[in-house]
Design a protein around this ligand. Structure first.
Ligand SMILES: O=C(O)CCC(=O)C(=O)O
Ligand SMILES: [Fe+2]
Length: 333
């Protein structure tokens, strides 16, 4: 494990290709475990062939999103999806349409999930068809590939992590596979900081799901930050890496052994685009006990004006619980 920033950089090339075996997987798993037991955040570095693999997927997806966001507002509005169950997000997210706190989050976004192929159809209240902009011919293919890549990567990382956690049960890898149909990917376009508008990029929060991957645009200013010992530490963009963080569900199911870090995105003097993959456990997975935990966003009411009052999980299926969470951050008037 390398240390170039305050956060570990885990070399993951060993997980791909013919050379990958049990021992290499375990080593990556050990590094991920150490990172998640520490600050909960790490970089994943892709070298050699795996670097090409990453770039073949991430660069076109990033370009596609930038082309979409560069359009006039009335074009983007055509991809706003209004007929979705509460808490389900697909298609274009207009500026300031969402916030995890009472602050305005000055960004726009695009949400998608897995594509429904081979006659499979959404079967619960958190699964839904994607919405693709008709005038962006490559968007569906590129963003769809990015989703598949990220899901496979999280599954591989989880398998490696399980090896390092030794006798840990339940089977996290199966949970991850079962969660594919409700997992979510989002592209964000953060606007430039504007002194008149009191706004942030993303309010301080922990991610609600299982594990999160972030692709940051290269050569942008520091924007993503994590709270460590009372200080907001930067996670600068590093070429050929993804940021990975443990999320609330994984922290809960490991009884707090793995930590879900508090993080935020600040606005800078330049606009910024990011690609974020939120891996969830399966819809029917029962919410774990929460008696020992404090501070996680998943357990706070994030509705406007709710002041973060504590929620009860009432042994709910994860899918029901998470749909309620998404409904809380909706700020559309
Ligand atoms: O855009 C980013 O860099 C991260 C965003 C984030 O933390 C989130 O949406 O949960
Ligand atoms: Fe986050």
């Amino acid at each position: 494990m390398e240390r170039g920033t305050r956060f570990p950089i885990i070399e993951v090339s060993a997980l791909f290709g013919a050379a990958c075996g049990d021992d290499r997987e375990r080593l990556v798993g050990e590094e991920l475990k150490t990172a998640f037991e520490g600050n909960g955040m790490a970089y994943l570095r892709f070298d050699g062939e795996s670097q090409d693999m990453l770039q073949r997927v991430i660069s076109p997806a990033m370009q596609s999103l930038k082309a979409f966001f560069a359009q006039p507002a009335h074009e983007k509005q055509k991809s706003v999806c209004t007929e979705l169950p509460p808490g389900v997000t697909r298609g274009y997210l207009a500026p300031a349409a969402e916030s995890g706190s009472d602050a305005m989050e000055w960004k726009e976004g695009y949400s998608w999930s897995c594509e429904w192929v081979d006659g499979k159809q959404p079967s619960n209240s958190f699964e839904a068809y994607n919405v693709w902009a008709e005038n962006q011919p490559h968007m569906q293919e590129r963003l769809g590939e990015a989703f598949e890549f990220m899901h496979k990567l999280v599954t591989t990382l989880t398998k490696a992590l399980m090896k390092a956690l030794d006798d840990f049960t339940p089977d996290l890898e199966s949970m991850c596979v079962a969660g594919k149909s409700i997992s979510l990917m989002r592209g964000f376009h953060y606007f430039e900081r504007d002194e008149l508008r009191k706004a942030t990029g993303s309010s301080p929060h922990t991610d609600w799901g299982f594990m999160t991957l972030v692709a940051q645009e290269d050569a942008t200013e520091n924007a993503l930050q994590v709270y460590v010992n009372g200080i907001w530490e930067n996670l600068p963009p590093i070429p050929n890496t993804l940021v990975v963080n443990c999320s609330d569900f994984l922290s809960l199911i490991t009884k707090g052994r793995l930590r879900s870090p508090l993080h935020r995105v600040v606005l800078t003097s330049r606009e910024r685009t990011s690609l974020v993959y939120f891996q969830y456990p399966g819809y029917d997975t029962c919410m774990p006990s929460t008696t020992f935990v404090e501070g996680m966003s998943i357990l706070k009411d994030q509705s406007a004006g709710a002041n973060g009052i504590q929620l009860s999980t009432e042994n709910l299926p994860f899918g029901d619980f998470i749909a309620r969470k998404w409904a809380q951050v909706n700020r559309v008037q």
